[in-house]
Design a binder for this molecule. Structure first.
Ligand SMILES: Nc1ncnc2c1ncn2[C@@H]1O[C@H](COP(=O)(O)OP(=O)(O)OP(=O)(O)O)[C@@H](O)[C@H]1O
Ligand SMILES: [Mg+2]
Length: 340
């Protein structure tokens, strides 16, 4: 059996088709294309159709051979919360979750689709009562319907839907460690903490690579396309053009860096675990920014790595080199396809 991972981002659509062989995955197809119009952020029927047409063309160009798809939902539109419940049985957790969910969810429960994962049971010990740690995930039914509609127009058979970070942790996060995970996209950045291969919490900030390009355009009075080239060429490298691009970009990172610190702090104090956050793993197109790993290492005081989603899959033929330039972009689509 093989499954397609479909990641419709604000700027680009990514797909990857993987076949499971024992414990390994084999890459059958992958591709990327520009997201047309207002993407799926738009409520406009026309934009939805444009996106569906773009996906259809991409599937054909990339020679995808399955209709079975795991579809990714945007992190910033889905509520993902760490919840600690009393020491309940699995069955009790299941019935407790709906009433526990209410205070966390800003939309009426009747309009939400709620799911959860049990992350860990902490057994009672030393006079402490024990607890069950749960990741609660809630999405508006209307959001799910929108993605179902796209799948239907494209002719896909949706098997599973999950958020970007839930998919991404599968392809780039280590299984035996706690790490911070960052999806640095175009319109937003998501930050999560992944403990032993399970997402424990996630935050999103409405700042991504486009904000970086805009500030370069303003500072140097150039158009967006040229600013994009400047950004990709010089980035945060202080040795280039007297560090002027880096100087313009750095303030945009303040909100992102704060969010990562907040996530690490929350994990430390609220989830309280003996394993500290060992590293920050980066993914998403904007993690290609020159100088980003050393900048974030300095700002956060943790090791920063760029995740390679291709490292855990085998290829029948040598992988086309053009994919590798975009490796960090494929993390979400590959992780979604690994869910089989
Ligand atoms: N080499 C690079 N250096 C810096 N930024 C880059 C590079 N390559 C791509 N980008 C940026 O990556 C972003 C696109 O990445 P990606 O495809 O992960 O976003 P997306 O998934 O469409 O967006 P989102 O996740 O916010 O919906 C753009 O902002 C682009 O400028
Ligand atoms: Mg994305």
């Amino acid at each position: 059996m093989s499954v397609l991972g479909l990641d419709i981002g604000a700027k680009s659509i990514k797909v990857a088709q993987l076949e499971k062989r024992g414990d390994l995955f084999s890459l059958l197809a992958a591709g990327v294309t520009v997201t047309p119009g207002g993407g799926l952020d738009s409520e406009n029927e026309k934009d939805l159709n444009l996106v569906a047409e773009a996906v259809k063309k991409l599937l054909s160009d990339a020679k995808v051979t399955t209709q079975n798809a795991n579809v990714v939902l945007p992190e910033n539109k889905v509520i993902t919360r760490f919840v600690r419940l009393p020491y309940l049985t699995d069955q009790e957790v299941d019935s407790a979750i709906s009433w526990q969910a209410e205070p966390y969810i800003p939309i009426p429960l009747s309009e939400a689709n709620i799911s959860y994962q049990i992350l860990r049971r902490v057994d009672p010990a030393g006079g402490k009562p024990g607890s069950v740690e749960v990741l609660l995930v809630a999405a508006a039914k209307s959001l799910i319907q929108k993605y179902m509609k796209v799948a239907q127009i494209v002719g896909l058979n949706p098997l599973n839907m999950e958020t970007e970070l839930l998919a991404l942790q599968r392809s780039v996060a280590p299984q035996q460690q706690t790490v911070a995970l960052m999806d640095f996209g175009s319109s937003s950045t998501s930050v999560g903490i992944v403990r032993n291969g399970h997402l424990a919490l996630s935050y999103t900030v409405a700042t991504g690579g486009d904000a970086l390009t805009r500030v370069v355009a303003q500072t140097f009075n150039m158009d967006f396309a040229q600013a994009e080239q400047y950004k990709r060429t010089y980035g945060l490298d202080t040795d280039q053009v007297e560090g002027k691009v880096a100087q313009a970009l750095k303030p945009i990172f303040a909100g992102i860096v704060d969010e990562i610190k907040k996530a690490i702090q929350y994990y430390k104090t609220e989830i309280g675990d003996s394993n500290p956050v060992a590293a920050l793993v980066l993914a998403g197109g904007s993690s290609g920014l020159p100088g980003i790993t050393s900048f974030l290492t300095e700002s956060l005081g943790v090791e920063v790595l760029i995740g390679d989603p291709f490292s855990r899959i085998t290829k029948d033929q040598p992988l086309d080199k053009s994919f590798l330039a975009y490796a960090p972009m494929y993390g979400v689509a590959i992780g979604a396809a690994q869910n089989q």
